[in-house]
Every structure is written in structure tokens, then in C-alpha cells.
Design a protein around this ligand. Sequence first.
Ligand code: SF4
Length: 481
Amino acid sequence: MARTQLQHAKSGKITAAMRRVAERENRKPEFVRKQVADGQAVIPNNNAHESLDPMIIGKEFSTKVNANIGNSDTTSTLQGELQKLHTAVHYGADTVMDLSTGDDLDEIREANVEHSPVPIGTVPIYEAIKQAESPADITHELLLDIIEKQAEQGVDYMTIHAGVLMEHLPLTDGRKTGIVSRGGSILAQWIEENGMQNPLYTKFEEICDIFAEHDVTFSLGDGFRPGCLADASDEAQFAELETLGELTRTAWEHGVQVMVEGPGHVPMDEIEDNVERQQEVCDGAPFYVLGPLVTDVAPGYDHITSAIGATEAARAGAAMLCYVTPKEHLGLPDKDDVRDGLAAYRIAAHAADVATGLPGARDWDDALSEARYEFDWRRQFELALDSERAQAYHDQTLPGDNYKDARFCSMCGVEFCSMRIDQDARNADGEMSAIDDETDLSVSVAADVNLPPVGTHDTSRIPEKIEIDGVTFTPESHADD
Ligand code: SF4
């Protein structure tokens, strides 16, 4: 009996979730079904997640953004986590990962699933380590029990680091920052101390059976993702990717939906190759990337360093972007960090959708630009990616209602507002009318005033030499510098 969206799609059935997704994406239901059937897109939709509004992740659809929330040993409460969930959804997260590693894990996870209209993802190995206390003590049974429990709780997708293989661990020797994925480092320690193969790999088919039962989607974790530019695109990363390709096909055979996680930290010029390689090795399964950060030098601003990489990755074919907040590498993000990280990533996702020509993506930009040129400030705020911030920044200096249709703002001021000047310079039809087809520019005044400026094109007026404090400068002396 078909239980998963993939199984239904393969049997030719268009489910209610597929119809809803088609409506949200303005695509035909049959197109959605075919994309899911071919493994090119996933609809993370645990059968027990009743509050979910289904969404789709795939390169043929709008680029999605994930926000990570979760408590840690040192901070946060259930109320705080629900507040973060609310903030994440409010500011546009398409999915939310609960990465809690502190107390009350079940309570927080169940509350998140109950209240979330977007898919909830988890990393079950985090709970396993909480229960076992040390990585080496995690048993195969414990892992499977936790995965099954979380599936029953309604988790829509889980990061499973099944590609971290024993034989590939030595490939990480000599890296500048070793293994930086939390799941990857825990499994590496488990393998080293127990002298056995990764239990998530050896038990992969049993995990597939659990996922098929509840329709949980795999997010195949990249345990060897590079943690700095120097480690990007190395042997360890690509060896794991080959394993992820193999696991993708195994999951599909079990009727389970799959997306594949990717780096990390990657120089800008290597991002496109990384995406193309994943698409080839994993037969087009949706690529879900963390950033990537394109430089390592800006802690405190890594929502920006990574949003640059995320834009490039999405342009090259990544389907979902995991946001990074300004606190990356520094601390647990709070509500404001979640907001800033999401804004950066929604910009990245949308910029990529515009660049790839996703049908309808540019309409948003054009509508906002029209409102801007018409000085329709209220409409501009309404259309802004972060309406509240746009209005707050405007109203900081010009708060009154009378400024909501003003033909300027405080950036250039009344006198220098270029859009106002531009409009005043045009005729009633919005045209510049100083010249027409009859104007002969060679005899017009314009020909005189448009002489090349001295010192740039017109070198005849540059003196042969200049003396400053007894030192003589000539064109040659500059050339010698
Ligand atoms: S004052 Fe400057 S920034 Fe403000 S609306 Fe005019 S052109 Fe735009």
C-alpha cells in the first residue's frame, strides 16, 4: 500500500498535498506529480503532521529557505523555542529544523510539530548522544528507537549522516578544521572508538522502512562538509558525496523521498561545480545547502558571507538554502538573529529565482519598483521583504502621515531627490523631450559641453612635469612606480 508522496506519485496519483503545492507554486498538479515521481522534488509531509501546509523542494520550484532553531545546554526554554518558531515562520522560513540539544527534547519537538504550518526537520543523532552521554555508547537499537519515535511524533524530514564511512575518515587527516558537522564528528568518534562501520549506514534499509511507514523525507547529511575554504572540494567531501548518491537510490527503491545536504564553506568560484557534481552523482535529488560561506574572515557577518554563496548555489541549481545567522561560529542565535538570517536568505533565494527566470519571480521586483517611483510609500512597505523594518527605517526620520506620499525621503532630501527631479524633467507623457529625431548633435550646444573632461580623455592639457617640494613628477615617473 502506498504511504509516501513518492509512492503515490509513482503510481500516477495526484495527492491533496500535490494539489496544494501546485496551487502555491502556480504550476500544474501533473507537473508536481512527475517531479516527485522522478525524485527531482520532495514534499516533506509526515502523515502525522496535521497542521502542515504542504510545500515542495526542488530546483524547478521557488528556492526555499530553512531556519534552524533549538535550545542548547546553556540557554532557551519551551516558550523561547516556540517564540523562535513563530519568528522563523513569520519572517518567511519555508521549513524549520529543531536542533535542540538541551533539556525537554520531546516536549519541544512535539510542540513544534503541533504548532508549525511548515515542515519540521531534526537530526536524531543529537538526541542519541544526549541519552547515551558519550558517542561511543550509542547503540544501533537506540538510534533506531529514536528515529522511530521522532517519526511517530510527526517530524517531516531528518538529517541522517549515513555517508560518513569508516574507510573515508583518514581522508580528513590534514584538514585545516577537521570534521565540523556535529553529526559527522559524533559518528567519526563512534567509528574510531568502536572499530565498526557507521551504524546509520549499516542500518540504512531499516531506517528506510521507518521513513516509508510515516512518510519522513531523508535529508542525507554531509558529515564531511568543509568547515573552511581550505578544506572545500577535497577528497573526503567528494567520497562522501558518492556514498550519498548510492544511498539516494536505495531510499528511492524503498519509496522514500530524498534530499541531499551540501557544504559549508566554499570559495565562490567552486560553488557551481559543487552543485553540478551533486546533481550528477545523486541523479537530480534536491540539493539542500548550508550557505555556503564564501570567505572565513567575517564572524559576526556570516549571514552575509553565506548569503552570497547561497545565491550562487541556488542559481546553479540548489533547491533549498539553510540560513546562517550573524551568530554563526559565535553563539546561539536569538529572535533578532533569526530575523536577520532569514532576511539575508530570502534575498538570496529570490535573487537566484530572478536570475534563473523562475516564472513570476521578477513580478515582485517590478511591483515594488513601480511603487517606489510613484512615491507610494505604503505600497512600498507592503511589498518589502521585511515590511516592518522598511517602514521603521523610513519613519525614523520622517514619521508623520504627511510623509507617506512625499516625493522624497531623508536619504537625498527634498532638493536632491533624483526620482522627483527625473519626473519633473519629463513631459506629461513621461518622456525626455529635449531632443527628437531631427536634432543634429554635431551642431548642437550639447556637442560643445560634452568635450572630454581634462585629465581623463584629453591628455593634451596634462603638463609635461610637476614639481612638488623639489621632486619632479613626469608621466614616466608614475610608470616606474
Ligand atoms: S530622496 Fe533619494 S532615496 Fe529618497 S526617494 Fe528620492 S531618490 Fe529615492
